[in-house]
Design a protein around this ligand. Sequence first.
Ligand code: J2J
Length: 491
Amino acid sequence: MVDGGREVSYAALRDRALRLAAGFHQLGVRRGDRVVVQLPNTAEYFDVIFALFRIGALPVFALPAHRAAEIGYFCSHTSAVAFVTTDVHEGFDHRTLATAAGAARTIVAGDPGEHTALASLYADPSGLPGGPSAGELAFLQLSGGSTGLPKLIPRTHDDYLYSVRASAEICGLTPDSVYLAVLPVAHNFTMSSPGVLGVLHAGGRVVLARRPDPATVLPLIAVERVTVTAVVPPLALLWLDAVESMEKRPDLSSLRLLQVGGAKLGSTVAARVEPVLGCRLQQVFGMAEGLVNYTRLDDPDEVVLNTQGRPISADDEILVVDDADQPVARGEVGHLLTRGPYTIRGYWNADEHNRVAFTPDGFYRTGDLVRHRPDGYLVVEGRAKDQINRGGEKIAAEEVENHLLTHPAVHDVAVVAVPDAYLGERTCAFVVPRAGSAVTLPQLRAYLRERGLAAYKIPDRLNVVDAFPVTGVGKISRRELRAALRAVQEG
Ligand code: J2J
């Protein structure tokens, strides 16, 4: 693993993880305990998660962008025994989140201030008790969400490793593979599709990028002889534009595969990847809940440019249904339901939500609208869930609405996606102000930042309206309201 100037061998990673496991254990962290982990793309990240895996404690994978609102919720919802974070990242002092976290202990990679230094925990691993078995929970991953509070996704060691191994094979990883981790390593794509874990499984080399911009990434690809990397569509576009506008093209000759996923990649952008970057494109349509689809390395261009791939496993069941859960004709657009060997059957401690998010026979309702082609490939056509996909970052409309509703000048609010040429979608808040009050975008944005909401969830646009549409029967549901407002916005 390469982290800036630092290289970590497999043997060193193993040793560091075991010693850190001993350290966590001495602190009293036990099997099944939750530990919220929020670290940027650094080698320590892997010391921490492998250490927790070894004990059988469950990391909760927070993103570096999360702030007090999210971290506080993750810690309280999971009764976390510890919060592991960094000192300062991208100008933000993460130690200030300790209060919101309210965990018994905050552990800091780097300068710990008044907290516990991660570096002080590494200890003699000789007394470590046995680890968990393969069928036990490994961690809690975050759901993109479509309701008020983020749901947690319980993945087991064996289901996850199955998807990681199969993904590594599909993506042709070998000990010669060099993977550049650009997106946050905590994200399911970067972690497992095939991601860092897939590369470690194959015995390859992982290069960690602190930032995803072309000025950071393109030289890294050249110097480290990167063979494969994974990005969201806006980043692919940014890199393509950067490379095309350079007088002297960077040396990208080592790059064999660019994986693009997390949001729909337009076929025009898709068609530029191979000519501009000189590598193969792979579309990846995945979800932290499980199911991951890939175009295959030897698929014809028609498939690679126009579809979001097919499932990892022959045992991934795909159902495409109408609003009444009846199967649509093959090739028609419908709701994607899925069940399979590495797809969860329920969110963590969310019985009520699980009754709507899963069918009685255990299919996960993805909220995605797809076509299932006769050749088995899926094409994502849209979304039925109340989520905004802002360049791959998922925002639950209701979560942002609930924060805005606490503002004294806000009478009512609906948060919807608006199309955007670069990010695919941005967020627009339709607000009905309280009588006699005025609201402005800068004011609402500052308010949400103060409440500790992650920046990517803060609306890009504001539309002040007198009232929301109502029907003859009275007020329409928020879901219909959002749909109506989306139509107004697009029209
Ligand atoms: C359209 N929508 C897509 C795609 C995800 C690999 C890759 C991505 C994720 C991920 C992941 C899409 N085209 N190619 O976990 O392992 C939207 C869908 C989906 C949701 C899941 C992985 N790829 N999406 O993005 O849990 O709406 O996982 O249901 O963040 O992203 O989001 P998430």
